[in-house]
Ligand binder design. Sequence first.
Ligand SMILES: [Zn+2]
Length: 159
Amino acid sequence: MGGGRGDMRRKISEIMADMDKLHKVKLTDEQIDELNKALCDLSVTYKNNTIYLSRDLLYKQDAWKNLKKIKTVHKCKLMIIDAMESMEDIQDLRFAANELKGIEFKLQELWGFPKDARWHKFWEVSHCLCPKMDNNDWYPTGRCFISGNCPVHGGKYEI
Ligand SMILES: [Zn+2]
């Protein structure tokens, strides 16, 4: 029968040798950087809403340096969207919508995109009565449809 005491000792020394090798591996700063990027949490959560940032896009836009800020601003966005759900006052809603517009511009800046309102999906907030299908159909051409009755965007609201 195999697996005597000698075999077991040999096996253990092999494992120890492997561990030793592993320990001696020196990662370059670049490799450590890549590992950190691969492991870092790209989710942003506020209450029941969670969004996930795109790792590919962070690479594509070379936006890793702004990741912390991007996450913070996204969290603000989720907070405002959440707050709007329970808002009843039209002035509050419009104020919040305007803040969101600023946040969208800030995100574009942090992601390294041009600041361009054509990419803002303003019709996705609570209480908005603007025609969603039309707006989605024409997105992101810049052609937008605003309902005069929309408490958030109706009237003088400009995007
Ligand atoms: Zn609206």
